[in-house]
Design a protein around this ligand. Structure first.
Ligand SMILES: Cc1cc2nc3c(=O)[nH]c(=O)nc-3n(C[C@H](O)[C@H](O)[C@H](O)COP(=O)(O)OP(=O)(O)OC[C@H]3O[C@@H](n4cnc5c(N)ncnc54)[C@H](O)[C@@H]3O)c2cc1C
Length: 486
């Protein structure tokens, strides 16, 4: 591919750091409670106020779930897709818990007094037409959370699950807003109803942006497949070029795009793929491994196929991480963003020392080896190739990337001033990110991306992050508790 010396300018999307996003999140969820303090509502028992608080908080938090889906760069901040999706998943559980407790706390004082009357009140809440939209909201939310938690085990295609996720989400939010506006005592007075109308309008705008505006862009700014090349076993490289009126994509090496092809260029059908390229080169390269019904067809796409590109997304990039040396770690198809970073380093003449560890299951699964060898001649680059299985002509290492191998890679470098960017299977990312901390890299210098939202074993960094998320949940519980006591 020809190189262009000029880098397309990056769009100026504001990207807030994690702590600032956490404060905004808690403040937004607490806003209906603060507004609810303004009008004089008939006195309620403490438990009832707690129930109301959870309803108000939960509804605001449902609205936030729409923008923590990874599609809004400003909302994702500098967290990266891994962290924002982890937050989205954890927050869904506490929203569900809050909204299950919401009717239960209302009936608790009655139930403590007289269990039969408490039971009758709860049955009334669940069956009377007046409360029906609340029950619909709760049912939709429960289905949404459960089908997401069990997604890997459900016998449905990913796209079907995704469509159901949108339907359940929109139903939960719309029915929840209706319930608040028609039955909520605090939502009937003062500025709270205006807030819910504003939230409803904002959610319409979010859904319109995600599925209307993005759909229009996928059609109005098409790209075209120039060529497909087989790189390794079931792994393909796509060269995608913009059509006449489509501008080049401004991005940082290592980021990813959502891609659709052919006539199905609708956001529901798009898939995330890392850009295996440098922004200094025209067009985009994607390296794709066959993993299911969409990717299995990739190698057979004819040149000329229209391609929809939405992006760039993600924080898997060097730009925000000042350092003296760079350690790149790729496992399997995780080579895609890593080769993008290498290509960019070559294109811009990187001078810092770069170390690359590239691991695969078998020798025939490695991609881009000639290009990596050529980069060794152009950069201060040392490469370690690791295959789990040995092969007749294999000259690289056999086994996994362990502490000793990491120490060898880091020889001559200051770990405290080295940034590691790693992309690979979940198990490898977890084990190696912990090992990188053991060999002296600060946690803030260990950046990784998994290609799977499903989760799995947690690294030390994941656990620290979960603790921070638990802190946010505890902050919300505290806000609800204070409201109940006022
Ligand atoms: C940030 C990111 C970057 C990625 N970069 C690459 C890359 O450069 N090269 C590459 O080969 N793979 C990459 N992937 C993985 C790739 O997106 C999936 O392998 C692909 O979407 C599978 O689709 P399928 O229909 O072929 O398989 P399916 O059988 O439908 O799905 C297999 C698994 O892939 C995941 N998946 C499927 N569809 C989607 C979707 N629309 N959105 C999110 N996850 C989905 C699900 O976990 C699913 O269980 C990346 C994933 C993420 C999250």
């Amino acid at each position: 591919m020809p190189e262009s010396p000029k880098k397309p300018p990056m769009p100026a999307t504001p990207r807030l750091p994690g702590p600032a996003l956490a404060v905004i999140y808690v403040a937004f969820c607490a806003l209906p409670l603060v507004l609810a303090l303004m009008p004089r509502v008939a006195p309620l028992a403490g438990w009832e106020r707690a129930g109301a608080a959870l309803g108000l908080l939960g509804l605001a938090a449902i609205a936030v779930q729409f923008v923590t889906s990874g599609r809004f760069e400003a909302a994702s901040g500098r967290l990266g897709i891994d962290k924002i999706m982890a937050f989205h998943k954890i927050a869904a559980w506490w929203v569900l818990l809050a909204l299950i407790l919401h009717p239960l706390l209302y009936v608790l004082p009655t139930w403590l007094d007289d269990p039969a009357r408490g039971q009758a009140r709860l049955t009334a809440y669940l069956t009377l037409p007046h409360y029906r939209s609340g029950v619909v909201a709760l049912a939709a939310l429960a289905l949404l959370v459960l089908t997401s938690a069990l997604r890997e085990r459900l016998p449905v295609r990913y796209e079907v699950w995704r469509a159901s996720h949108i339907v359940f989400g929109v139903t939960a939010a719309a029915a929840g807003l209706h319930h608040a506006l028609t039955t909520g005592r605090f939502s009937a007075l003062g500025p709270v109803p205006a807030l819910w109308w504003a939230v409803g309008a904002a959610l319409l705008a979010v859904v319109g942006t995600l599925y209307g505006w993005r759909w229009w862009r996928l059609h109005a700014r098409p790209w075209r497949l120039k060529s497909v090349e087989k790189l390794a076993d079931r792994m393909w490289e796509l060269d995608i070029q913009p059509q006449a009126k489509t501008p080049q994509l401004p991005y940082h090496a290592g980021q990813f795009v959502w891609m659709t092809e052919g006539e199905r260029r609708f956001p529901l059908f798009d898939h995330p793929f890392s850009i295996a390229d440098s922004p200094r080169r025209p067009g985009l390269s994607l390296i794709i491994k066959e993993a299911g019904d969409f990717t299995d067809r990739i190698g057979a796409l004819p040149p000329g196929t229209p391609i929809g590109i939405d992006g760039p997304y993600g924080e898997f990039a060097l730009e925000d991480h000042p350092c003296d040396a760079v350690l790149l770690i790729a496992g399997g198809v995780g080579i895609a963003p890593i080769i993008g970073l290498v290509r960019d380093m070559v294109a811009r003449g990187e001078r810092r020392p770069v170390r690359l560890a590239y691991a695969a299951g078998q020798p025939e699964n490695f991609a881009c080896l000639p290009e990596i060898a050529a980069a060794e001649a152009q950069l201060d680059l040392k490469v370690m190739l690791l295959s789990e299985e040995d092969g007749a002509d294999w000259t690289g290492e056999v086994g996994r990337l362990d502490h000793d191998r990491l120490r060898r890679l880091l020889e001559g470098l200051d770990p405290a001033r080295t940034v590691a960017l790693m992309c690979g299977p979940g198990g490898m990312v977890t084990a190696v990110s912990d090992a990188l901390l053991d060999v002296g890299l600060p946690m803030s210098n260990v950046i990784y991306e998994r290609f799977d939202y499903a989760g799995g074993a947690a690294s030390r960094q994941d656990r620290r992050r979960s603790l921070a998320f638990a802190g946010i949940g505890a902050g919300l519980a505290l806000v609800a508790g204070l409201f109940a006591l006022t």
